[in-house]
Design a protein around this ligand. Structure first.
Ligand SMILES: C[S@@+](CC[C@H](N)C(=O)[O-])C[C@H]1O[C@@H](n2cnc3c(N)ncnc32)[C@H](O)[C@@H]1O
Length: 286
């Protein structure tokens, strides 16, 4: 896969697959409602979980604080992070005194998130079927995750588990022209004789706000945050951009990625790519 597409590619692998983690949740955390096991289609993310954590897990950090401030996350707030990945935002929420809970359909991500945010309940579940009662959370966050779900079902579920007047806080990649990563993904597409990647509606100006409005929420704030991505050397750049690809594909595409990345080289031999996330916060009716 490359950094932005919806899911790891068919050849996704990672040698450092996370260990299984205990299923226990802290006593004070909202208890999940029993439901069906998550679909196996989500599991490609398990295969790349360790690589994701290493190369991309913290890169969305610059959007966290504007998003959480606009959502009014205060100490003690019950916050559900959906598509929590390897758990970096959960760790951040706990450090600022909120009471976070995470869900992710990929068991490998769940295991890493539990390890990164000990004491935080993390459950294997998808956006479209959140295993919680109505009105369980003050805030629901989803960073770089909504585009992987059915947005209508996902936002209905998020609104359902929020208290009246609760906040749904969304963030994700902005339109490709704002992202240097796109130049590398285009180079990969050319090398593979594929069509160039295109923007889905959630990436475009007003896309997140429209989705919130369609789900019946009132948009209270929105913005754009710079989320640069850095790689210390050629190997890290190629590993991050081609996350989940197997060795033959990495070898085939390495030169195309490095050529396309030349404009982004730093004096120290690494790379710095300028990228942007759009974010928006909506509130349910009080
Ligand atoms: C691009 S990663 C982002 C992870 C994390 N939010 C972050 O910002 O680093 C996307 C995550 O969404 C999860 N995911 C995939 N399909 C999903 C769905 N239908 N509902 C919720 N999460 C999903 C993946 O397993 C993966 O952990």
């Amino acid at each position: 896969m490359t950094a932005q597409p919806p899911a790891p590619g068919p050849h996704a692998h990672d040698d450092a697959a996370p260990d299984a983690a205990p299923d226990a949740a802290p006593d004070e955390a909202p208890a999940p409602v029993p439901g069906e096991a998550p679909d196996p289609w989500a599991d490609p993310w398990s295969a790349v979980a360790a690589g994701w954590a290493r190369t991309w897990g913290s890169f969305a950090r610059p959007v966290w604080d504007p998003l959480l401030a606009a959502a009014g996350v205060a100490p003690g707030a019950r916050v559900l992070d959906v598509g929590c990945g390897s758990g970096e935002l959960l760790e951040h929420l706990a450090a600022r005194g909120a009471r976070p809970v995470g869900v992710d359909p990929a068991p490998g991500m769940v295991a890493l998130a539990r390890r990164r945010a000990p004491g935080v309940a993390v459950h294997a579940a998808a956006f479209e079927e959140l295993p919680f009662d109505d009105g369980t959370f003050d805030v629901v966050t989803a960073v770089n995750a909504l585009q992987l779900a059915d947005p209508d079902e996902a936002l209905d579920e998020a609104a359902r588990v929020l208290v009246p007047g609760g906040a749904l806080a969304l963030a994700g990649w902005a339109e490709r022209e704002r992202n240097d990563v796109d130049a590398l993904e285009r180079a990969v597409a050319v090398a593979l004789d594929d069509d160039p990647p295109t923007d889905g509606p959630l990436r475009l100006p007003g896309g997140l706000e429209a989705a919130l409005g369609d789900a019946g929420l009132a948009v209270v704030a929105a913005g754009v945050a710079a989320v640069p991505w850095t790689a210390p050397d050629d190997d890290a750049l190629v590993a991050g951009i081609l996350l989940g690809e197997d060795e033959p594909v990495l070898a085939e595409l390495r030169d195309a990625v490095l050529r396309a990345a030349r404009p982004f080289r730093t004096a120290g031999g690494g790379y710095r790519l300028r990228n942007a996330f759009r974010w928006a916060v909506g509130r349910t009716l009080a």
